[in-house]
Design a protein around this ligand. Structure first.
Ligand SMILES: [Zn+2]
Length: 303
């Protein structure tokens, strides 16, 4: 695990041109990209505290908070601001929260729901839809989503992710990504699924029941509903926390029949929680239906 003292200390005194960053517009991904253009091609964890301080955040505090995860104290003009993050959160979550609040701060279109700024709870920061009712998101929800987009684009920019996405999909790389960029596993898994070139999804389960999934762009719709019993999962065969990549029954997982095989790899986080990487291999279509035996296909994803 990188020592936060190292990369934050190394970036202390960083200077950034806030005007140039905000000239790029209000799109959260573009705002983050403008910051990275000024930072240059660095590797490893993004020094989010030093970045915030270089952009007129005069104080970043860790304190016990009740009912919220993070807050930004500022004025409508946003000349300066202060960020407070929840003491009980992990360092990685605190880093994400700082990014999220900075996202509110830099976006002139974000209006504060409170007179002195923004107060964001766990739901705001999770990026998950809280209500199953299909309706247009409120302005508040749009702002929260944009602040999350900014945070992840700032903490895990595509360029720094490349080393973890270039190989065949494997949970090992997603875990290395979390460590390498000092972000939470959940954020790393989300980024991994969304940006991997292969067709992948990551499925979270609790007590062998489906919680939720993050699907990559080309991954088909899942057949599982919330709290449904999980299908068969690969089992551990070594001292690692994660299994090998094994062939899975696609009809257990997805709604529509697939032409190619599916593979699964599971990380057992603790007694109750598991995270499963699903890989959809539709290469047979691309190769004109060539027959390839299962062992060879497994070999492609094996180590
Ligand atoms: Zn927020």
């Amino acid at each position: 695990m990188p020592d936060p003292g190292d990369y934050e200390a190394a970036a202390a005194g960083l200077t950034l041109d806030r005007m140039e960053i905000e000239d790029g517009g209000t799109n959260p991904a573009q705002l983050a990209a403008a910051i990275h253009r000024q930072l240059g091609d660095d590797e490893g964890p993004v020094p989010v505290q030093a970045i915030a301080r270089a952009l007129d955040i005069y104080d970043i505090r860790v304190a016990p908070l009740i009912g919220i995860e993070a807050a930004l104290v500022t004025t409508p003009e946003r000349t300066e601001g202060a960020i407070v993050v929840h003491q009980a959160a992990s360092r990685q979550r605190q880093r994400f929260s700082i990014g999220h609040e900075l996202g509110h701060f830099l976006n002139p279109r974000h209006s504060a729901a409170w007179g002195d700024g923004f107060r964001c709870d766990r739901g705001d920061l999770s990026g998950r839809v809280r209500s199953p009712v299909r309706r247009a998101p409120t302005r508040y929800e749009v702002q929260e989503r944009q602040a999350n987009t900014f945070a992840i684009e700032l903490l895990a920019p595509r360029r720094r992710l490349r080393p973890y996405l270039d190989a065949d999909p494997d949970l090992r790389h997603a875990l290395e990504l979390a460590k390498g960029l000092d972000i939470s596993r959940e954020a790393a898994f989300r980024r991994f699924a969304e940006l991997h070139d292969a067709s992948v999804a990551i499925v979270f389960a609790h007590r062998d029941r489906f919680s939720y999934a993050i699907r990559g762009r080309s991954f088909p719709a899942l057949a599982l509903t919330r709290k449904a019993q999980m299908p068969w999962l690969p089992q551990l065969s070594s001292a690692q926390m994660y299994t090998d990549v094994e062939e899975a029954e696609s009809t257990d997982w997805v709604q529509t029949p697939m032409s190619g095989p599916m593979y699964a790899q599971t990380l057992y986080q603790d007694e109750q929680r598991s995270t499963t990487l699903l890989i959809c291999d539709d290469a047979e279509d691309d190769e004109g239906g060539g027959i390839e035996d299962a062992a060879a296909r497994l070999g492609r994803f094996g180590r």
